[in-house]
Design a protein around this ligand. Structure first.
Ligand code: KIV
Length: 291
């Protein structure tokens, strides 16, 4: 089959093949312009349902809809060329049955062009993961802390900090791998457990508050850039963008109020005035100017 694209996008099998290899670099993105930047450095871009909290100021991811995910997934696909784009299936659009999950995943893949979906849950989702994988939908699993379960677990706290709590989490990760997922996110689990699961299962583990031993790492972009007001312990701020954004907005507001912006460089003169300016410049040996 021929393709017009010069840059080949990474696929779910490419990511699966990276088990125990070079670390897999993943970040979230919800917009075309951030996707363009992330795409240059990352293997996987996750359009996470965290967009409900980050973009929309929601308290949890529960109200996020499939339409919201599709809109932002499409934007991220337009902004990226190389990374595998994975779109989260939001709460309520996949848990009822494997058929419901397939219908939602198929809509996401058709309408965004993304290469895979992510869903939360271990053993309880194994049958669904197998059903999707057998029908052409690459699935990234997500176990440990699963934010869509907030109303049953009660808080966003780390999991598996007592060894007695390990067996169900390990069983969840194994079930996801055995069902045919190509990778699994391990969120907010005790470090030795992240290490142990990574050694136990045959698919790449993508850690977020798990272990440096995971096959890859992911963070929410706005958290690591210093834009989110509150962040979990596992977030390292690789940038502090908030003060520079605030400064730029403060400067803009001040220049608008004092009528210093827009200046002559940022407005369109009449054509006759522009031509006269060019002729004057040409007379002085100046070349053509950018319109
Ligand atoms: O929604 C999201 O951004 C996620 C990551 C935190 C893994 O699921």
């Amino acid at each position: 089959m021929s393709s017009q694209n010069e840059i080949r996008r990474l696929t779910a099998p490419d990511i699966l093949a990276r088990k125990s290899g070079e670390p897999i670099v993943c970040l979230t993105s919800y917009h075309a312009h951030t996707a363009r930047i992330v795409d240059a450095y990352c293997d996987v871009i996750l359009v996470g349902d965290s967009l409900g909290m980050v973009m929309h100021g929601l308290e949890t991811t529960i109200p996020v809809t499939l339409d919201m995910m599709i809109l932002q997934g499409h934007a991220v696909m337009r902004g990226s060329k190389r990374a595998l784009v994975v779109v989260d299936l939001p709460f309520g659009c996949y848990e009822a049955s494997k058929e419901q999950a397939f219908a939602s995943a198929a809509r996401v893949m058709k309408e965004t062009g993304c290469g895979a979906v992510k869903l939360e849950g271990g053993r309880r989702m194994a049958e669904t993961i197998a059903f999707l994988a057998e029908r052409g939908v690459p699935v990234m699993g997500h176990v440990g802390l699963t934010p869509q379960a907030i109303n049953t677990i009660g808080s966003f706290r780390a999991q598996g900090r007592d060894e007695a709590d390990w067996p169900p989490i390990e069983a969840d990760a194994r079930a996801v791998a055995d069902a045919g997922a190509f990778a699994v996110v391990l969120e907010a689990i005790a470090e030795p457990l992240g290490r142990r699961i990574t050694a136990q299962i045959a698919i790449p583990t993508i850690g977020i508050g798990a272990s440096v031993a995971c096959d890859g790492q992911i963070l929410v972009l706005e958290d690591m850039l210093g834009l989110s007001p509150r962040v979990p312990k596992f977030v390292k701020r690789f940038g502090e963008l908030r003060p520079s954004i605030e400064q730029a907005i403060r400067n803009y507001a001040q220049e608008v109020r004092t009528r210093r912006f827009p200046g002559s460089d940022h407005v369109y003169p009449m054509r006759s005035a522009a031509k006269a300016g060019l002729a004057r410049l040409a007379g002085r040996g100046g070349g053509p100017q950018r319109p």
